[in-house]
Design a protein around this ligand. Sequence first.
Ligand SMILES: O=C(O)[C@@H](CO)OP(=O)(O)O
Length: 283
Amino acid sequence: AKLVDAALASGKIWEDEGFNYIKESFDKGTLHLIGLLSDGGVHSRLDQVQLIVKGASERGAKRIRLHILTDGRDVLDGSSVGFIETIEKDLAQLREQGVDARIASGGGRMYVTMDRYENDWSVVKRGWDAQVLGEAPHKFQNALEAVKTLRAEPKANDQYLPPFVIVDESGKSVGPIVDGDAVVTFNFRADRMVMLAKALEFPDFDKFDRVRVPKIKYAGMLQYDGELKLPSKYLVSPPLIERTSGEYLVKNGVRTFACSETVKFGHVTFFWNGNRSGYFDET
Ligand SMILES: O=C(O)[C@@H](CO)OP(=O)(O)O
């Protein structure tokens, strides 16, 4: 989060390669922003999203679509409503200034998009269908109505809201991702963005049927996997972390054994080892 804060505060984010790459699409295409809408600060932060939306519109983005994931895990359940109200105010202001800016789709983070370590690709597929194809079982005129209605179902909560798309009066999705568009995934934390990044970037992706693969300019907030170099473009450069405790132990001949449940794989591998998931020394 700090790296993104610093890049936004200094304005460097707008000068670097990643933003200039996606900016090439602003003339003719739509800028899509996908990620967790939350002020939890664990995977993403609302104020950073607000600054990106504002900054991109000041630098030529004329059509912006947000694909939001509701939190309720790092923040109170139900707080999604307030976050949507906040961002909707910003989008309304932009519309007054002639920028066509709207929320286009959404869903709960644990049910839509934010799976990790290939635990359940159907989670990512649900997101793909809503965000890229503009298809979801629930259709609404706006995101506030969507979340309030879906939350009213028995046992519903922010984390597991079903996917929804926002549609116009004729029932057509307002923001599918199409050829010529730009996409930014705005989570800074990597583990729950890698799977979507693969679906967006890998030409030979085969984990689910993408149906349509738009030709887009895609950048992550950060690079989510340093070994796979994924995504290849990012808005903020990842930090170089050296001399971690794992490396220190290996170089001093101390064997380590790391064990975790599947979804915490990263906590005992690349979180520990400075964003490296491989061995320092296989022997
Ligand atoms: O589930 C997760 O992604 C986070 C909370 O957002 O938890 P943890 O840091 O334990 O992985």
